[in-house]
Design a protein. Sequence first.
Length: 202
Amino acid sequence: MSLAHLKIRNFRNLASVDLDLAPGVNLFHGSNAQGKTAILEAVGYLATSTSQRSNRDEDLIRWNEEAAFVQGVLKREEEKTIEFGLSRQGKQIKIGGVALKRIGDLYGNLRVVLFAPEDLEIISGSPTERRRFIDMTRAQVEPEHITRLQKYQQVLKSRNQLLKRAQEKPIDPAELEIWDTQLVSAAVPIIEARIRTAQEIS
């Protein structure tokens, strides 16, 4: 589906924007610090609920405002809306007016490829940036990849909590072995998906 209309309120330095987008190429031009990158960032957030410029959602809210809102209207044979609201307390994402229970359900509705100056970190930065890029790319064509990542993080968190307890008192080695086994099981499909993605990109 293609993005036909974009509504932005209090996102980054943009107070109020309403854009009708034409099929094909849309070109934004203007002076520096006028919000061109913020428009692209808003579109990327609609697709992935993440920002390539910040790990903190509250950074996306315009200065001295309490909340931000972005809505995109997608069109092909039918019309669909994706929208998100951000506040200092959290965020809510809706598709067709219905709040999402899982972030993974967002992926695949609007597919985007965003390349910004910050993305040079994919080459020159840490392996974490490269893994993040591959994971976000995979999730757009295979939304269940988000579920894999969430499962891995849950297992990793539980294992780390066990190791933290081990600093205070002895733990059962069998319990650690259980978490090690689950961690490997959760990691394997992620590694396989990353390899597939790298092969497809190359």
